[in-house]
Ligand binder design. Structure first.
Ligand SMILES: Nc1ncnc2c1ncn2[C@@H]1O[C@H](COP(=O)(O)OP(=O)(O)O)[C@@H](O)[C@H]1O
Ligand SMILES: [Mg+2]
Length: 250
């Protein structure tokens, strides 16, 4: 079994500021990892850097995906490899409906035409799972969507595009209890039925309740300061990041 995602000593910066310092992290196929850390720790930066956003410059280290060195590869190529990033703040796309956006994205990813009938059927199924009203399919992507609806739309993309590795950046922030449940159900579907691998960035342990978590990483000031199993999520939930912050000031 070859390696899935392997990040070695990754150092990255934006606008002359080093934001990630020698971050190493490994995810095996089918695993779910959780990334925790205080605000400004560099969690989103790590997500963007794995995805290949041009905003961040890798100045050291390597990213391997399924055995290939993708450190210098563009975001579109990484997407084709099956890496997916859900944004902390999803963008609005006026003029493009949810349905059109997803169909085009799917066709670009797979390089194949998809029959409208098959696509619509699948879209309907996934929207039912997410308890999304079918009318959303014909609305412009994220335009006028509430915070919760945007997050659901991200999970809809996740289930429709069915990537190999999904990085979910605070997909649960600002959601009410019911929406958290729905989003969590969607992630569970991706994890268990579609067999996808996950890196979940979250402050909300609730979203993880129904999920199998394999490993947890704590990022502080652009450095991985602790790693453990699912119990680390609980520990941080109860005690916060204080002990890791102390460690930093040695
Ligand atoms: N494009 C950028 N240019 C300059 N600084 C940035 C940029 N993106 C993020 N940062 C800074 O990097 C740090 C980490 O940000 P971020 O990755 O968003 O943290 P987190 O997601 O853990 O809250 C913050 O201090 C943020 O201001
Ligand atoms: Mg963030």
């Amino acid at each position: 079994m070859s390696e899935f995602l392997k990040i070695i000593d990754l150092t990255a910066r934006a606008e002359e500021k080093e934001l990630l310092h020698q971050v190493s992290l490994e995810i095996q196929e089918g695993e779910t990892h959780v990334l925790l850390g205080p605000n400004g720790a560099g969690k989103s930066t790590l997500g963007y850097t794995i995805m290949g956003s041009p905003e961040y410059e890798v100045t050291g280290g390597k990213i391997y995906f399924q055995g290939d060195d993708i450190t210098e590869e563009g975001a579109d190529k990484r997407a084709k490899r099956g890496i997916f990033l859900s944004f902390q703040n999803p963008i609005e796309i006026p003029g493009i409906t949810v349905s059109n956006f997803l169909r085009t994205a799917l066709e670009q990813l797979t390089g194949e035409r998809i029959k409208l009938f098959d696509f619509k059927k699948r879209l309907k199924n996934v929207m039912d799972t997410l308890q999304m009203d079918q009318s959303y399919a014909d609305r412009d992507l994220n335009v006028g969507f509430s915070g919760g609806e945007k997050k659901k739309a991200e999970i809809l993309q996740l289930l429709m595009l069915n990537p190999r590795l999904a990085i979910l950046d605070e997909t649960d922030s600002g959601l009410d209890v019911d929406a958290v449940k729905t989003v969590s159900k969607g992630i569970e579907e991706f994890q268990k039925k579609q067999g996808g691998s996950l890196l979940i960035i979250t402050h909300n342990a609730k979203i993880l309740e129904a999920l199998k978590v394999d490993k947890t990483h704590v990022l502080v000031d652009g450095r991985i300061v602790a790693e453990g199993g699912p119990e680390l999520v609980e520990d941080v939930g109860q005690n916060g990041f204080e002990k890791y912050l102390d460690k930093e000031s040695y």
